[in-house]
Ligand binder design. Sequence first.
Ligand code: NAP
Length: 500
Amino acid sequence: MSTSTPVPASGPTLTERERHVVDAVPKQLLVGGSWVDAEGGATLDVVDPATGAVLCAVADASPADGRAALEAAASAQASFARTTPRARADILMRAYELLHERIEELALLMTLEMGKPVAEARGEIAYAAEFLRHFAGEALRIDGGFQTAPGGGARFLVTKQPVGPCLLITPWNFPMAMGTRKIGPAIAAGCTSVIKPAHQTPLSMLALGGILVEAGVPDGVVNVVTCTRANEVMEPLVRSGLARKLSFTGSTRVGKILLEQCAEKVLRTSMELGGNAPFIVFEDADLGEAVTGALAAKMRNMGEACTAANRIYVHESVIDEFGALLAERMAELTVGRGTEDGVTVGPLIDEAAQHKVSELVADAVSLGATVLTGGEPGAGAGYFYAPTVLTGVSRRARMADEEIFGPVAPLTAFSTEDEVIAAANDTPYGLVAYVYTNDLRRALRVGEAIETGMVGLNQGVVSNPAAPFGGVKESGLGREGGSVGIDEFLEVKYIGIAMG
Ligand code: NAP
């Protein structure tokens, strides 16, 4: 095993500024425009994954608290649907500005609860804010149609209306952006909502709730429910008949459970689920660009992204050079608590994640993979794992089928275009693929043949609020962002008009 990047043995306690940032966040549930305690004053602990230390406690909602939040959303729906698009756009723009005004505090808060380096957290706040600005524009562009019936005699008036109260469930890996990607279009469309963040990262969402209230969101339009009993709290809401839509970002496993629940009341659904992204480097690619792209596609968010390059296929003629270059760049990264200067790789979210990454690496090595750099978890209190490059990874390795969700880049050689397309598509997932080549025809051919909702062509990051984000196969249903993102929160209604 080669040298692994040193990782800290234990983290520092909170500085005065860190304590101030944590203290400033509301710790209660946002229900009907008021901050309220959970039933019985129940709380859940929020942990700093860099140290394992408890940062603070926030309300731990009961099923009754969830019900109260959804009732608040349902009673606010009719009046919110009547607000003007301009009024809704103004709220979103004000929230956009507030996110930028507080970007330093919000970034630090995110790093403390989630672990990503502050520079990346800052990037996420800007990305999250951009969804609000984007959908402020989309609110003004909700359109309809007017048409003569083909046989004459009648006219068709086509209009779009808000779907109704929404349940929004978000994961821990992008605690702010996954929220605004749903709340932005919901508000723009005129939908009220109950949002439930992941139990590991409630603080960013509570801070966003406070900002939305400040930005002028009417009472009951956005309700925030933090809880540890996700299923107990959310299932009755899904089945209640009060909600009209569920928008979920998280694992495919939980997405499937929720789809079944949604069937009972035939809820509209948007599902942003897991990925298993192939990253393909052809022999004609610019290798320097491909290495930089692989680093971005792999290491953004410490590899804890649905879009993370999970299987890196490199043409057999360049795999050794590519592997050496990537290993060199990975070994240069600095692992540590994300609040510290110069740190580029933070801890994983929890101990279970750290164990899973260790297991997947051990499995790949047992099937013949070679460790070019890294390959070990960090010692000490935080949940660190060294940036790792493996080469010669078997297609039978577990990591060829499962999301690694960690800083491990597995390289596998291929020889022909057909072979690599077949390998790339040999997965139930279909979120994103990355293709590096300088041959235009090949780029278009492979781009069309890959079964994913998104393709990064000579680029390692595809996320952009103005582009339609989403997957096919078991990676999901629907799209977030782009001009279609708001349609997920609108129903089309046709009014037939007799003319005779
Ligand atoms: P997860 O376990 O599916 O949890 C996601 C959210 O669902 C959390 O808020 C969780 O609450 C909640 N949840 C869990 N079980 C539930 C249930 N039975 N009913 C209702 N809610 C439930 O996923 P995760 O580990 O947080 O996130 C990682 C996954 O998200 C990965 O698979 C990743 O690929 C995917 N992801 C996809 C996208 C995309 O756009 N396609 C983006 C980011 C992440 P608790 O925290 O309380 O368990």
